[in-house]
Design a protein around this ligand. Structure first.
Ligand code: AMP
Ligand code: ZN
Ligand code: FE
Ligand code: FE
Length: 279
């Protein structure tokens, strides 16, 4: 069956609006999905109605503090939980300050970009580095998106600025406090494997981690086997998603193919939450 529990929209660094995305989900006959924007649930909130027959669950992808990449997905939380909204707003306020500082740095490099242009490019006031990169290309300051990152925007490059992240235990805690479950996203991006990955996983489990993203567009069959092993060993729910970003990552299509048996525990959770939401 086709599912997708890892999708970005214009609310973060994807290129489809939540409404356009729902259209694509229907077109691709994806049965279950979740929108998981970076550090925001604004996209979900803007979505008024989901067509009948489509099943979705609330989602978010929180960047956690870690030497490499560590993203925690949250699912099934209450969209209107006060504390959760306040925590995410904290991250966004910090990001807005960061954008301002990056613009000032750019002008010192002779690149003139305004905040309005950035917001226009992003389609919302949630601006990220890919939006800077697109504008730099369009204005002729660099010749490609990748050049923008390699010469200016990647970690350690002259325009790079760190962003605020929660520690992994805090990310898990705020998801739980809002009634959701916490899932480790794309484990391969930690650049850890075997015992080292297991060590990190154990730590996350001690913080209350509920699941692991086993099925993912960039995971090899070998990775999938390893992560599925961890899922059964540590009693974690296996999830799956593409990490679709629209035209910002054109190599990643929507949807991942999973067997019903493998995804069943997560689907059960989704259905249970769905009933709770309908009240
Ligand atoms: P931000 O949240 O503003 O730090 O932007 C993070 C996004 O920038 C990621 O989701 C990627 O899409 C993109 N990105 C980060 N590093 C690179 C890189 N070295 N090359 C291309 N894109 C990158
Ligand atoms: Zn992204
Ligand atoms: Fe991620
Ligand atoms: Fe993602």
């Amino acid at each position: 069956m086709l599912v997708d529990f890892h999708i970005h929209t214009t609310a973060s660094d994807g290129t489809l609006t939540p409404e356009q995305l729902v259209g694509e989900i229907e077109k691709h006959a994806i049965q279950y999905f979740a929108i998981t924007d970076h550090d925001t649930i604004d996209g979900l909130k803007s979505l008024k109605e989901i067509p009948e027959g489509l099943l979705s669950v609330t989602g978010v992808e929180i960047s956690a503090e870690f030497e490499k990449t560590l993203h925690i997905l949250g699912y099934g939380f209450d969209l209107h939980d006060r504390g959760f909204n306040e925590s995410l707003n904290e991250l966004q306020d910090y990001r807005k300050g960061r954008n301002q500082q990056m613009l000032e740095k750019m002008s010192r490099f002779g690149m003139e970009i305004t905040l309005e242009e950035l917001i226009d490019e992003a389609g919302s006031d949630l601006v990220g580095r890919p939006h800077f990169a697109n504008l730099m290309v369009r204005k002729g300051y660099v010749s490609s998106f990748q050049e923008a990152f390699d010469n200016y925007l990647k970690k350690g490059a002259p325009l790079y600025m760190d962003k605020k992240r929660f520690d992994p235990d805090k990310a898990i805690e705020i998801i739980h406090a809002a009634g959701g479950i916490a899932v480790m996203a794309h484990p391969y991006q930690t650049k850890l494997e075997g015992r080292d990955l297991e060590h990190l996983l154990k730590k996350l489990v001690s913080y209350g981690l509920d699941g692991i993203e086993v099925f993912y567009s960039q995971h090899t069959p070998l990775m999938i086997r390893e992560y599925m092993g961890f899922a059964s060993q540590y009693n974690l729910i296996a999830t799956g998603g593409s990490d679709f970003h629209g035209a910002n990552k054109p190599q990643i299509p929507l949807g991942v193919e999973v067997s019903e048996q493998d995804i069943q525990p997560f689907i059960s959770f989704v259905c249970q939450r769905q009933r709770m939401h309908r009240g």
